[in-house]
Design a protein. Structure first.
Length: 338
C-alpha cells in the first residue's frame, strides 16, 4: 500500500480540516438531495405518491454517494471488478441526480424570468394604450383637416378639439402610471444567461440550459470529490493507527518535495545524538525494538511492525540466529540472547 511510503511525513488531518470537509460534503449532499426532491415531488400531486417519490429521491441520493465511497474502498483494496460495478452503479444514480438538479435549477431560473416577463408585459400594455391614443388623435386631426377643406369649421372643429384634449389627458395619465411602476430588476443569474447568450451568439433558452447542465454536473462532482476525500482519509487513519510506531529511517522511504527534515534540539544528550546518527542494520533495529518492549520477539510482530514480507522475516531471523542475537526454544518461540 502506498501509505507506508509516507509514514513520518504525512499525518491525519486535524479537527479544522475534517470539520471543513464534512461541512462542504454535507452542504453539497443536502443541496443535491433538495434538487432531486423538487423533481420527484412534482411527478404526482397525491400526498401518498409525493411521500413515496420523495423517499425514492432520498434513497437515490444516499445510494449514489455510498456507491462512490464503496468505489474508493474497492479500488484501494485492488478489487477492480467490484470497483467497476460500484462505479457503474454510481453513474446511473448520478445521472438521475443530475436530472433532478437540472429540473430544480431550471425551475428557479424560469421563475425569475417569469417575474421579469410580467413586469415587462405591464409596461408593454401601457405602451400599447398610449400608442392607440396617439393613433386616435392622428385620425381626429385628419378629420379636422377634412372639415377645413369642406369649410365646415364651425360645426366639427370644436368637437374634435375637445375630444383630442381628453385623449391627451388620458395619454398623460397612462404615461404617469407606466413611469410609476417599479423598475425591472435583473438578477445575477439572468444577467449571466444574457451574457452567455451574447458571447456565444445563441438564444437565451440555449444559454440557460447550458448553464443549468453545467451547474448540475459541477454540484455532483463537488460532492463526489469531498466524499472521496473523506473515504481516503478514513482509510489512511485506519492504516496510521496500526503503523504509527513503525521504525523506518528516512533513507528507506522517498522524501516528499519540500520536506524539511526535523533538527534535534541542541540540548539533547550527546549519546542519543550519536546513537541516532549511526546507521543501523535491519537486525539491529529489530533487536532494539524488542529490547525496548515495542514489539514481542515473534515473526508476526516483526513483519507487522517493519512492514516486511514473510520471506524477508524468515531470512532476517535466520541471520540473527547465525549472529547469536536470537535463539529458538523447544516450543519454536524466539528470544534474545543478550
Amino acid at each position: 500500500m502506498h501509505y507506508k511510503n509516507m509514514l513520518g511525513y504525512r499525518y491525519p488531518k486535524g479537527p479544522f480540516a475534517m470539520f471543513s470537509v464534512y461541512s462542504f460534503t454535507g452542504a453539497a449532499v443536502v443541496t443535491s438531495t433538495v434538487f432531486s426532491l423538487l423533481l420527484f415531488l412534482s411527478i404526482d400531486d397525491s400526498p401518498l405518491m409525493m411521500f413515496l417519490f420523495g423517499t425514492l429521491a432520498v434513497i437515490f441520493e444516499a445510494g449514489k454517494f455510498y456507491a462512490w465511497y464503496e468505489y474508493g474502498e474497492r479500488r484501494a483494496h485492488r478489487n477492480y471488478t467490484g470497483a467497476f460495478t460500484a462505479l457503474v452503479f454510481y453513474l446511473v444514480l448520478a445521472a438521475i441526480s443530475i436530472g433532478g438538479s437540472i429540473g430544480g435549477i431550471n425551475s428557479a431560473t424560469n421563475k425569475a424570468q417569469g417575474v421579469i416577463a410580467i413586469q415587462e408585459a405591464k409596461i408593454m400594455a401601457y405602451d400599447r394604450q398610449i400608442d392607440a391614443i396617439e393613433k386616435q388623435i392622428a385620425l381626429n386631426n385628419l378629420a379636422a383637416q377634412k372639415y377645413i377643406e369642406m369649410e365646415r369649421i364651425a360645426t366639427g372643429m370644436s368637437r374634435i378639439q375637445t375630444e383630442n384634449n381628453k385623449l391627451r389627458e388620458e395619454q398623460i395619465r397612462l404615461a404617469e402610471e407606466r413611469d410609476a411602476l417599479p423598475p425591472v430588476t435583473q438578477g445575477s443569474a439572468i444577467g449571466l444567461i444574457d451574457g452567455i447568450a451574447d458571447a456565444f451568439s445563441v438564444s437565451q433558452q440555449t444559454a440557460q440550459f447550458g448553464l443549468v447542465v453545467f451547474l448540475s454536473i459541477l454540484l455532483d462532482l463537488f460532492a463526489a470529490f469531498f466524499v472521496g476525500v473523506i473515504g481516503e482519509e478514513l482509510r489512511f487513519r485506519r492504516f496510521y493507527q496500526h503503523h504509527a510506531e513503525i521504525d523506518i529511517t528516512p533513507q528507506e522511504i522517498s522524501t516528499p518535495i519540500g520536506y524539511l527534515e526535523h533538527k534535534p534540539d541542541i540540548h539533547d544528550h550527546e549519546d542519543e545524538m550519536e546513537e541516532d546518527n549511526e546507521p543501523k542494520t535491519q537486525s539491529q533495529r529489530v533487536e532494539a525494538a524488542i529490547k525496548k518492549g515495542v514489539i514481542t520477539c515473534s515473526k508476526k510482530a516483526v513483519a507487522k511492525h517493519f512492514l516486511l514480507s514473510s520471506d524477508d522475516v524468515d531470512a532476517l531471523f535466520e541471520e540473527m540466529m547465525e549472529n547469536g542475537i536470537l535463539a529458538k526454544k523447544a516450543n519454536h518461540h524466539y528470544y534474545l540472547l543478550s
